[in-house]
Design a protein. Structure first.
Length: 80
């Protein structure tokens, strides 16, 4: 992990098109701004992890539904 010290108003550039700027510091809270292309998704980490978990659960449900529809069961085929 790269650790940098920045003051209010100072920025960090990531790759050529992402800029992170320290906007305010209030005690232990730091307010940052992120400039990035529209196609770049930006989330707080806890939100990102929740999205990943939700996607994992949704994918699991789809696989179970597919097993039920096709009769697939651990590699064995059901004869109808």
């Amino acid at each position: 992990m790269l650790v940098l010290t920045r003051k209010k108003g100072e920025s960090i550039i990531i790759a050529e098109d992402i800029e992170i700027t320290v906007l305010a510091i209030d005690g232990e809270n730091v307010k940052i701004g992120v400039k990035a292309p529209k196609q770049v998704n930006i989330h707080r980490k806890e939100i990102y992890l929740a999205i990943q978990e939700s996607n994992k659960e949704a994918s699991s449900g789809k696989q179970e539904l597919l097993r039920k529809i096709t009769g697939w069961n651990d590699g064995a085929k059901n004869n109808f």
